[in-house]
Design a protein around this ligand. Structure first.
Ligand code: ATP
Ligand code: MG
Length: 269
């Protein structure tokens, strides 16, 4: 069982679309069970999967809980093989709680991860069946109580970036972000930077060529192409891979998940 945070403090770099496409591909093409966690009060991931943050069954409730969570209480089935812990605007109360009296349980996602890992290793087949292979966390473009809880629990981080908005200062910011993330969790590993919304420009190609040396971070070989079908799929509330299987972005996300799983296999073997 692996916990991956999709993180970048920059907004609009495809964190949510990447989280959703990874989940759809891991579940539909690779038979994995995926738990999505929406750690963003914008609630875009929850909205995309058509799940509302209900009181008591969302990420806020998990972060406000003090006991070891019984995680099935917090999850809502979203698509075959995919469950979600949703979020909405009320997630800001987690930040208020944390500031006011430290009542926010920043270890809650870490505890949930532990409970799932226990189930995955259980001799009881019912426990094993409800456990997940991957937890994917869609982070907000900010450090918040929820993103701190996400980074505390994560084994690895994927950083989506848009190359057109990416200059030398972008690389410095990225490096600083990774330093700050490791303050939350020093075993955190950046598995890769993922170029998204790629439009075949020279500026993007130049930035991408320099990125590994400038940032010192691994960069995925796969680039996700810009495609108008992405917005259409999100409006329709459907999996991009099912809605438009032949668009560039769908093909690239499939390729990216292959690359990601290959890397996971190497890390585990
Ligand atoms: N490959 C793509 N091609 C075209 N449009 C895309 C692509 N990926 C994402 N988008 C669009 O870009 C916008 C931002 O994407 P997304 O919401 O995933 O970014 P984000 O990093 O999660 O943003 P935020 O920081 O606000 O959470 C959305 O309108 C989305 O439809
Ligand atoms: Mg988002």
């Amino acid at each position: 069982m692996r916990t991956i945070a999709i993180f970048n403090l920059k907004g609009g770099v495809s964190k949510t679309v990447t989280t959703a496409a990874m989940a759809d591909c891991l579940a539909a093409d690779h038979g994995k069970r995926v738990l999505l966690i929406d750690a963003d009060q914008q609630g875009n991931l929850s909205q995309y999967f058509g799940v509302k943050a209900e009181e008591g069954a969302d990420l806020l409730a998990l972060l406000q809980g003090t006991n070891e969570p019984y995680y099935p209480d917090f999850v809502t089935p979203a698509r075959p093989g995919i469950d979600i812990i949703p979020a909405g605007m009320s997630l800001m109360y987690a930040d208020l709680d944390a500031i006011k009296d430290g009542r926010c349980n920043l270890g809650a996602i870490e505890d949930l991860r532990g409970a799932i890992a226990e189930d995955a290793a259980s001799p009881n087949s019912e426990d094993r069946a409800k456990a997940y292979n991957y937890i994917l966390i869609d982070c907000p473009p900010a450090f918040s109580a929820a993103s701190t809880a996400a980074l505390t629990a994560a084994d690895a981080v994927i950083i989506p970036i848009r190359l057109d908005a990416f200059s030398t200062s972008g690389v410095a910011e990225l490096t600083q972000q990774v330093v700050n993330m490791r303050r939350a969790n020093d075993r955190l590993r950046v598995t890769g930077v993922l170029a998204t919304q790629y439009q075949h420009t020279d500026v993007e190609d130049d930035a991408l060529a320099l990125l590994p040396a400038q940032s010192g971070l691994p960069v995925y070989r796969t680039k996700i192409r810009h495609s108008s079908r992405v917005a259409a799929a999100t409006f329709a509330g459907e999996s991009l891979l099912a809605f438009s299987p032949h668009c560039g972005a769908s093909k690239d996300y499939r390729r990216f998940v292959q690359e990601f799983l290959g890397q996971e296999g190497k890390a585990n073997g």
